[in-house]
Write a protein that binds this ligand. Sequence first.
Ligand code: ADP
Ligand code: ASP
Ligand code: MG
Length: 677
Amino acid sequence: MKVLKFGGTSVANADAISQLKNIVASLNSTELIIVVSALGGVTDRLEEALALASTKQEGYKDILEALEERHIELTRQLYPVKEQGGILARLKGEFNTLETLLEGSYLIGEETPRLHDLVTGYGELLSSELIAGYLVSQGLKAHWADSRQLIKTNDQFGRARVHKKETYAKLQAFAKEQKGNILLAPGFIASCDRGDTTTLGRGGSDYTAALWAAAVGAEELQIWTDVSGMYTSHPALVKQAKSIAQLSYEEAMELSHFGAKVLYPPTIWPVLEKGCPIRIKNTFAPEDAGTLIQAADNPDAKTVRGISHIQGISLLTLEGPDMVGIPGVSKRFFEALGQADVNVVLITQASSEHSICVGLMSEQLSQAKQAVKTEFEREIETGRLKELLIETELAVVALVGDNLKSHQGVSGRMFSALGKNNVNIHAIAQGGSERNISAVIAEKDVKKALNTLHETFFEVQTRQLNLFILGVGNVGARFLKQVEQQQEYLRENLRLQLRIIGLSNSRTMVFDEEGIALSDWEQRLADGQKANINGFKEQLQSLNLRNSILVDNTASEAIARQYPDFLKRNVAVVTCNKIACSSELEYYTELKGLSSRYLSPFLFETNVGAGLPIIDTLRNLIISGDKVRKIQAVLSGSLNFVFNTFQEGDSFQAIVEEAKNQALPSRIHELIYPGSM
Ligand code: ADP
Ligand code: ASP
Ligand code: MG
């Protein structure tokens, strides 16, 4: 027996559903249980409709109408004309009941948890009826199973707890009775003892499927979704993320608990107990291998298997000078949170015991705050404890892997990589299982942090450099040519990938997070927005990319004066603009100081000597132990030329004019490096 679960996007439209049918048909067996989600987006729409109705807004009717239209249209696309009547009548019946429920909520102006589950559960009811009938119309022996009758829960609406024994018995009995049929069941919904519809929590169809798999002792649970497995990080945020071939249950649990949506965390438990493997597959690319999750000791696997994250986190800190003296603070603190039904995502306690800090989902912040305040009212009033400290708009990023515990230095690498990219860390936690190292950071830094960590732990081979270039005149344009010409070489030999993210001249500027193609930068720049240095700075800051580098190819003093702002944000500055390093010594010293304080490279060459690699050469000499005692040079190219060429009988004026015409910097270059120009 196999259990296959198809998620929202895998049943979102006619193409997806016919793909589902192909996958089921290709297995050529009736030993199958199919669990389906609501059509993509439907659960959200139902929630919106109920929110509108219960606040007396008629807009719910439009939502309902659009939903009905969507299901009817889908039926027309999928079913042969002759067979449409029955299913349309059935769908219509469901929509009528749904309408009555919403109307009731509208009239009373109320939304109860019970009603919430009843209404949101309609998504799965509708999709499963529609798909079961479609499979039959396609000649498959499919039979609809009503999950509400088979999966029994308590009445904790919104996230009901399953009565496992009773449920397993019902599922087994039903499967036995229906032997010879492919079963098709709605995910997400169940019912409580009173018989009211309950739901298993958002994303809960995975759980439904896992319950089936555990109950019938399936050989495999397949989760069909819109990506080819569980990735090393969220594929929408980290372009370089890759599907992970194999994971242990614990790793998968840890990754999904920390935000990877592909798998709903409670899913793991029922199948783990039975040792049933889970395979994550892509409905739209069934040939891709996907991810296999099973009990496995995999000592050779990489230390860090994936990087997960959760957004919308707040930190709540209780602190006070006298905390050690107050008995049972932690116990009372966590009990208060527990009783208020607050789900604690992460805990840190400084060893000084002067504070306890927890991370929780921001939507639970106010109830958490209230619970803790009430519990410690007296202590706060008397000043033994300080007012609660609240930080919001945060996120957790977590490295996950079974072998983290046996490797030292991972957290060091993690935090130094984040630090180098100016990602501020608010709190740190390492799970007791040592399977996860978590850092709490600002929400705005999530993408940068994930990419930085991904690069550090999964793509050390190539480093991506994100260039922001000012000035596309003689030097700037030449520079862009050089980048274009050398791109391949740098990638192959130095493992550097250069991308031009921002480009500006004095008139216009353009930004592209994906990189501006060097073949048509002129056009892109001409079509860009009006240039201004503050706007440029803001864009660079809001894009918030790791390894950002400002390249100043202008001769503008105004721009040279901005370098401190970049260096302080860990943006490296590379410049051929002579002003910064040849104006007041204090300014130069300040820039060098910022560069070393913030570890932001500040790179330039001499302002004399026609850009010859003098500073670089000197730096290398010094690094390797040489002492510079004296620097001797003829610093004026023009005078050099004049003295070299002046001969008896020549007119001084003619020679000076020739020097001017000779574009001397390149001449000198050629004298020193013959044949290089
Ligand atoms: P379904 O509707 O099929 O249940 P979900 O939307 O719940 O699908 O989960 C799949 C989505 O999870 C993917 O489209 C992807 O955007 C997101 N996701 C987040 N983190 C990861 C990850 N580490 N690996 C794969 N997908 C991830
Ligand atoms: N339809 C439900 C949701 O969107 C359950 C699921 O798809 O797993 O959360
Ligand atoms: Mg899901």
